[in-house]
Design a protein around this ligand. Structure first.
Ligand SMILES: [Zn+2]
Length: 307
């Protein structure tokens, strides 16, 4: 097995791993750096030059894992692209939003490389996506070798998976971004036990212990108390959150706090992509067995501001 990290800078960025297993060339994720611009924001694809890519595996739909996918698919038109069934429901919406942002940045920040892909291209990409339910094995063949892939729920965001790959007698596991703790809207990771020869994991918080006494419940209570204090003093409370995952989680927490009369009477406004994703979450929780995604709750009282 050969593994090359294509993320130019390390850390949170254009996540992408090139993996060779026998004669199969595989890309795990294909992100876009959130703070870089133009071609510098993509992974360093130079190790793929002149190589045939057999398979692209997507762990989840955050842009630092999918934002350059249409570029890689353009360069490798015969690569199969596999992701969880829930990610397959979300990914095009996320990429269309990214194309819109790039169009705006092209004008406002004068970035000639942007957009890296168009809306039409995303639609063409959509036809190549292969949804794979959690726990179901799927084989992919190269000229000589064969691998088997199984997805396991990784918590983190809807559709996120850890990827088990078996090649000959070797077992490799990519955790992707992972959260073992249950969230309000999503169950924690359920990874397989047993022997693995290689484990590839994220390290965002891997090297840092959680401060003693800091629990999820206590942090939620602290958030609600801070909101109450601010509103009661006549202020407004702005919560900047990622559109996919975090916004739905925060809305559900606020909804619960209001239901149990822990939140002061106040209007809640939300806008943009995150509110669209709320609808997708409801569709996913109805349609997919993959994800233990809990309904956000009635969206009563959340006023959508056109974004
Ligand atoms: Zn993520």
């Amino acid at each position: 097995m050969k593994l090359i990290d294509l993320n130019r800078d390390g850390g949170i960025g254009a996540n992408s791993l090139f993996v060779q297993l026998g004669d199969l060339n595989i890309l795990v994720d294909c992100g876009l750096h959130p703070k870089k611009a133009g071609r510098r924001a993509t992974p360093d694809f130079s190790p793929l030059r002149g190589r045939h890519l057999d398979l692209i595996v997507i762990t989840h739909c955050h842009l630092d894992h999918i934002g350059s996918l249409p570029v890689a698919m353009r360069d490798h038109p015969s690569a199969a692209v596999v992701m969880s069934s829930s990610s397959a429901m979300l990914i095009e919406r996320m990429l269309h939003n990214s194309a819109n942002v790039m169009m705006r940045q092209k004008e406002e920040d004068n970035i000639p490389d942007y957009p890296l892909f168009t809306h039409e291209e995303i639609e063409r990409c959509g036809k190549r996506f292969i949804p794979l339910p959690f726990g179901q094995a799927k084989k992919f063949r190269g000229a000589r070798d064969e691998i088997e892939i199984v997805f396991h729920g990784a918590g983190h965001v809807a559709g996120a998976v850890g990827v088990e790959i078996r090649h000959k007698h070797r077992a490799i596991f990519f955790t992707g971004d992972v959260l073992f703790e249950d969230q309000r809207t999503l169950a924690g990771a359920k990874f397989p036990a047993g022997h693995f020869d290689t484990l590839v994991t994220e390290t965002t918080r891997g090297g840092t212990d959680r401060p003693a006494g800091k629990t999820r419940g206590a942090e939620m209570a602290r958030l609600v108390a801070a909101i109450n204090d601010c509103i009661q003093r006549g202020g407004s409370f702005l919560i900047p959150v990622f559109a996919l995952g975090r916004m739905q989680e925060v809305l559900a927490i606020l909804h619960d706090a209001r239901r149990f009369r822990r939140l002061v009477e106040c209007p809640i406004y939300a806008s943009g992509l995150g509110m669209d994703i709320v609808d997708y979450f409801d569709q996913i929780s109805n349609a997919s067995d993959d994800v233990e995604l809990h309904r956000i709750g009635e969206r009563y009282g959340i006023r959508v501001v056109p974004g």
